[in-house]
Design a protein around this ligand. Sequence first.
Ligand code: COI
Length: 319
Amino acid sequence: MKIFAYSVRADEVDFFTTYAQKYGVTLGTTTVGPTQETLSLAKGYDAISILTTPLTKEHLLVLKEMGIGYISTRTVGYEHIDGEAAQELGIEFNNVVYSPYTVAEYTVMLMMICLRNIKTIVAKKSIQDFSISCLIGHELHTKTVGIIGTGKIGKTVVSILKGYGCRIIAHDPYPDQELAKSIEYMSLDDLLTHADVITMHVPAPKDGSPLLGKREFDIMKKGIVIVNTARGTLINQHDLMDAIESKKIGAVGLDVVQNEQDMYYYDKRYEPLKNRDFAILNSYPNVFITPHTAFHTKEAVSGMVEQSITRCLEYEQKQ
Ligand code: COI
């Protein structure tokens, strides 16, 4: 089978080489994403492997004409592919499922960073301000942590948090029966009102309406800590900024933000950043932001690349 992989990063190259050999596939790669200018690179291939570059109906039409029957996204989320158009055109696509520990461990790390004021501690230390006034932290074991979404990642967060000894509450339209024996499931509003720390492990909202906005921030406890390692569109960012400025929110850890697409994974040191909301959010001392790197471990990247190749092969076997 001939697979063309877009957006291949340096840390993926060895994995692609290893797995292409292991599964006997012919592989083409490029560092750039699939755009109207670069789609022709995949001419002559059977399937493409992509990351998060949006594939609209226009892109899919070109791929169809080129004879591409299958798209594998090396990501869990697949909202960047126009699913309806793909179905209409008869192009199959699928996502991958990699180690949930990569995002789960990162999520707990962001909770700790928020609870212990690490952003301010590190900033002060860098200018030799070793005073500790106003820097008192909180212990996680005394907190009630609310998990929204108990799929693979949410469940792994729960398993890690059990070691911290905190109370764990959860919301999911489809509660996990086994998990329900050891944690409390409740309605979303109940979770929002009872939690001291909230984390979300759900897909991007399909209709674009955020899960957390003014109404939700209003019913949360004062001093709430919010962590988002899922999708930026889950939070209404302007409402979040209002709630931070009014001191309703204690701290926020964000691995994802709105409109990160043209910003993350690029070196933007020498350009004015065209994302004013990000610049403001990033300026708050109690907001700790990382550039969508929760997924980025050797274990997960290996899984993403291997599964992307095996997904393509599964498609080929069905033909
Ligand atoms: C996903 O797999 O859905 C992610 O969020 C990571 C991706 C941006 C590389």
